[in-house]
Design a protein around this ligand. Structure first.
Ligand code: MG
Length: 251
């Protein structure tokens, strides 16, 4: 599939999808507290999406049963909401995708319940900074792997590792479009960025080793760090414009 360049109208629809995604993130952080189940958080997320005329894109995707992925502590991505309750000190990633009038928004945020460990404070801040630095590279004329290198170099220079097995991606009429965008690798390679291209940029950072495993939980989905150490996941859907990168998944 060719890399798609979106029109202004299409970007506006992706912006609306992204606004709903950001609303879910705000809601999730508001309702998260010790004792709430991840299934209840997911129910509230789906209700919010449908109330705003969106469709939860994760639900049914390759059989995924929920509207959000909620991944806790050593879980990296693709955690399935269910009867698990949140506990004090948990580090919680909420990944959500929304379709609005045929166009997708996809983003993830990681936050923690008090009392937050020093390691969690460090890794969450680094995750946010890494994503921000990556987004800075989303400019016309840059090459795709300039984004990859920005992520890897920024995170590794500051002591975290970057997951290799799951990567960033193009997005638009499909949740996952070309190009595939690794969160690691040398700069200066691949596609030249052009206005109207849109990417879901989603570094997954680990406090320890970057190796992950999707078979340990036996649910076919949940990805955990092999060393069981902490992981965070931040993601925005971003458009290339003539000048500044434009984040689509914000309020
Ligand atoms: Mg994504």
């Amino acid at each position: 599939m060719a890399v798609t360049v979106k029109t202004e109208r299409e970007l506006a629809l992706m912006r609306e999808a992204g606004r709903i995604v950001a609303g879910v993130h705000a809601l999730a952080q508001k309702v998260a507290r010790p004792g709430i189940t991840t299934a209840e958080m997911d129910r509230l997320a789906e209700e919010y999406i449908r109330d705003h005329e969106g469709i939860p894109s994760f639900k049914g995707y390759r059989g995924f049963p929920a509207s959000t992925c909620i991944s806790i502590n050593e879980e990296v991505v693709h955690g399935i909401p269910g009867p698990r309750t949140l506990s004090e000190g948990d580090v919680i990633s909420v990944d959500v995708g929304v379709i609005y009038q045929g166009f997708h928004g996809d983003a993830s945020v990681t936050f923690a319940l008090e009392p937050v460990s020093k390691e969690a404070v460090w890794l969450m801040r680094l995750g946010q900074e890494t994503l921000a630095y990556a987004i800075e590279q989303v400019r016309p004329g840059n090459r795709l792997s300039d984004i990859s290198w920005a992520i890897q170099s920024y995170a590794e220079e500051r002591g975290a590792s970057v997951v290799r097995q799951y990567i960033s991606h193009g997005i638009g009429r499909q949740m996952h479009e070309d190009p595939q965008l690794p969160n690691f690798g040398p700069p200066g390679r691949g596609l030249r960025l052009r206005p109207g291209m849109t990417f879901a940029i989603e570094p997954m950072l680990c406090a320890g080793d970057y190796r992950v495993d999707d078979s340990q939980r036996g649910d076919g989905w949940t990805v955990v760090t092999v060393d069981k150490r902490l992981s965070v996941h931040y993601e925005h859907t971003v458009a290339v414009t003539q000048d500044q990168p434009k984040i689509l998944t914000c309020l």
